[in-house]
Ligand binder design. Structure first.
Ligand code: S3P
Length: 169
């Protein structure tokens, strides 16, 4: 029985899209941590970064995660940096099942260029800068991401594949 399912991975890896579909299939509630932070702070993520800075954002992200860990039957889409700060990867692994949606830097770059979501960490970067940024940051973050219960290929992933992975385990 998977009480809480945390989807983790880099920005643009499809956590929110797949998460909402997976929650529907399992009859679980879907929670997007970034949205919860925005609702609680009554500010958008870019506003939080520009007005308060990343350190404050990480603190609020941690607070929201603690709250989420008290709820049950949830699929949770986490922010790309969450597993890599304030021991949040341990917290998630101790309170649920973690699934890393793994994509190559090239695939992530393609998706992020097409994405309409404003992301403060990549705002204003040229294509070359974005490419270097993703490659470098992904390298640093993968040591956290790969501690997930499951690592799955995020390219053309269907929620049903995740649902059956969870049912069979
Ligand atoms: C971040 C990812 C974002 C959001 C914030 C920081 C990161 O979420 O939490 O902009 O550090 O990678 P998504 O992964 O949903 O884009």
């Amino acid at each position: 029985m998977h009480t809480r399912i945390f989807l983790i991975g880099f920005m643009g890896s499809g956590k929110s899209t797949i998460g909402a579909q997976l929650a529907r299939r399992l009859g679980y509630q879907f929670v997007d941590m970034d949205h919860l932070i925005e609702e609680t702070a009554e500010m958008s993520i870019p506003e939080i970064f520009s007005d308060h800075g990343e350190v404050v954002f990480r603190k609020w992200e941690h607070d929201i995660l603690l709250e989420v860990c008290r709820r049950e039957k949830l699929v949770i889409s986490t922010g790309g940096g969450a597993p890599c700060h304030s021991q949040m990867m341990d917290l998630m692994n101790n309170h649920g099942t973690t699934i890393y949606l793994k994509l190559s830097p090239e695939a992530l770059q393609k998706r992020l260029i097409q994405s309409k979501t404003e992301r403060p960490l990549i705002k204003g970067k040229t294509e070359i800068e974005l490419q270097e940024f993703i490659t470098e940051l992904l390298k640093r973050r993968e040591k956290y991401y790969t501690r997930a219960t499951y690592v799955v290929d995020g390219i053309s992933l269907h929620a049903e594949e995740l649902a059956s992975l969870l049912r069979d385990s």
